[in-house]
Design a protein around this ligand. Structure first.
Ligand code: COA
Length: 415
């Protein structure tokens, strides 16, 4: 079956996590992603966090599916010549090097436009223009500088980063949207354009509700935060523990087995529309007649006490039993699922969100497939390429180089 981005050629200069998540998504949508890597070295993640000696790491294999790998020294003269030819042939170039690296190679945006005016040139950097624009950035730096860490954590505790890679994978997602939007605009304009996404901006975009709360603070306490009504609010949005962050109070409560199982918990949201069912289920039908409890406003100053009562009930049930009882009552809730449980979850396997892939050197491994499902563009997951696996194929089929030219490029150390 045809795929949404069939015919789109991507010159993928990305490395580590943020850029590769972007180009992996585009590959799943059908783009031909040509990953350019330094000869003999490759993307640093091939060798990071290795679980099997001398085999591409899961870090690499889970971020580079469905791509082709060409090795190319883009700092050597012959390598630059080949790189220029690739720019001529491709529709999109994506990179997430430290600021200025592509310019230092001699490929500024102005130069790229000269070579190929239809080129969409997309970059991820840690920061946008401003005092930090020259800084190198990794995931947790972005979480800290984008507002996630200051608003995450226990109410009296340390700032906290989250396991979700909102700085890297989050920004990769943002960039992918920028690229397909630019491809769409090119249909009408005939021109390429520059697409940039700063990790700080991407994280702040995902923390939008916290900037909302910052402004609400000027008009009084944040009544849905655990600090209300007994705690103090300062002049910045505080950390809110596991409070829901929306208009409907929620919290994580313990379930049966919590003493030995670190994930025996469930998140319960006391949505007003489903409160009657929840109250009855936990043995508190009395709340429904009691003006101290039967409105959201009455409950707001005593959310702690309310969740303690809910927890007394959830501790008599496993997280899945609690889910099975509360779901039919329309109570929004969700068990805390471990990575082990997610890896084994049959429904995620069935939808292709968790996929088993076979790799010639490491054997079978699990990866997360395309979470975005298109009805007319299936996303099969193919294993990541070995370093330089497609060098000859790309030089010949994309650039039309002869066997002798490929051999000369190798002799030269360019590929
Ligand atoms: N041929 C020749 N040289 C190559 C090459 C190739 N095919 N591919 C990369 N290089 C060179 C680069 O040009 C650069 O050289 P320079 O410093 O002389 O200009 C060098 O390799 C290393 O690139 P750099 O990006 O500086 O890598 P790093 O390991 O020092 O830094 C990051 C890693 C992630 C901190 C940095 O790339 C960065 O801040 N990126 C932007 C933000 C980002 O995406 N961060 C998240 C990563 S998950």
């Amino acid at each position: 079956m045809a795929k949404a981005l069939d015919g789109v050629k991507i010159l993928d200069m990305t490395h580590v996590q943020s850029g590769p998540t972007c180009t992996q998504l585009l590959a799943w949508f059908g783009a031909d992603v040509i990953k350019v890597e330094r000869p003999g070295v490759g993307d640093a993640t091939r060798g990071q966090l290795r679980d099997i000696p001398n085999v591409d790491s899961l870090y690499f294999t889970m971020l580079n599916a469905n791509k082709r790998s060409v090795t190319l020294n883009t700092k050597a003269d012959k390598g630059k010549e080949i790189f220029k030819r690739l720019i001529e042939e491709c529709d999109v170039m994506v990179e997430n090097f430290a600021p200025g690296a592509l310019d230092r190679m001699g490929f500024s945006w102005e130069r790229i436009q000269e070579i190929n005016p239809r080129m969409i040139y997309a970059s991820i950097k840690g920061f946008g223009p401003g005092p930090y624009e020259d800084c190198k950035v990794y995931e947790n730096v972005a979480q800290c500088t984008g507002g996630a860490a200051s608003t995450t954590g226990e109410i009296d505790g340390f700032p906290m980063v989250t396991g979700a890679q909102i700085g890297d994978s989050g920004t990769g997602l943002h960039l992918a949207l920028g690229i397909v939007t630019a491809l769409f605009q090119r249909e009408a304009s005939g021109r390429g354009q520059r697409v940039t996404c700063a990790m700080q901006d991407g994280v702040l975009n995902l923390c939008r509700v916290k900037l909302r709360d910052q402004q609400r603070l000027a008009h009084g306490p944040l009544t849905e935060y655990p600090q209300y009504p007994n705690g103090e609010f300062g002049d910045a949005v505080p950390r809110a523990g596991n409070a829901s962050g929306g208009g409907q109070p929620g919290w994580i409560v313990r379930c049966k087995g919590w003493e030995n199982d670190p994930d025996a918990y469930i998140y319960v949201i006391t949505q007003a529309a489903a409160f009657a069912g929840l109250a009855k289920a936990i043995g508190h039908a009395d709340w429904l007649e009691d003006p101290e409890w039967n409105t959201p406003e009455a409950r707001l100053p005593k959310l702690d006490a309310m969740f303690e009562e809910i927890e007394k009930w959830t501790m008599t049930k496993t997280k899945f039993e609690a889910m099975n009882i509360l779901n039919p009552l329309d109570v929004p809730c969700g068990p805390i699922l471990s990575m082990k449980e997610l890896a084994e979850e049959a429904s995620l396997r069935a939808t292709g969100t968790v996929v088993e892939v076979d790799h010639p050197e490491r054997g079978k491994y699990l990866t997360v497939g395309n979470p975005i499902k298109l009805s007319d563009s299936p996303s099969d997951v193919d294993r990541s390429p070995l370093l330089g696996e497609h060098t000859d194929e790309i030089l010949k089929s994309v650039l039309g180089m002869s066997d002798a030219e490929v051999a000369a490029a190798k002799e030269d150390g360019a590929v």
